[in-house]
Design a protein around this ligand. Sequence first.
Ligand code: HEC
Length: 148
Amino acid sequence: MAPTASQADEDGSPVFGVKMPVGYRQWELIAPSHEAGDFNELRGILGNSIAMAAYREGTLPFPDGAILAKLAWKREPSSEFPGAFVPGHATTVQIMVKDSKRYASTGGWGFGRFVGGKPVDRAQHETCFGCHDAHVKNHDIVFTRFAP
Ligand code: HEC
């Protein structure tokens, strides 16, 4: 399948063919999050304009064209101020693309997980839908809520 104009010319994810979207770093913040366990990460979840309009209007399910991006960094103590924590090196970028026809068998969402801009293996992509579907089926399988 040919890449669309909104997608970077990079490898797509296995299973879903999801690519890193162009310009995602300029998207609006939906919410930050923190993984205090083994990952010990700070994260920021961003949405494109279609996703942000859906958040503002409380539209569920998310409309086709909505894209969510989760950026993650190692959580590092600040060297400049005790007790403050800052993002260390970037670990992963994860993408969810809404296309209710193409991804009908996975809740209408296509998934992509990228390390250093390259998609990870098929086995990891086979886990995405199951976990999201098990926990947040009532929110169109999206965990992140708009930060107040
Ligand atoms: C074991 C459970 C689990 C698996 C497997 C999983 N996720 Fe998630 N995902 C979460 C949780 C919990 C959050 C929200 C908190 C956070 O991590 O920031 C999340 C958040 C996200 C978000 C931000 C939108 C949202 O739903 O909040 C994206 C994008 C995302 N995941 C993509 C993926 C991709 C791509 C894969 C597969 C490669 C994947 N996830 C696999 C648990 C999971």
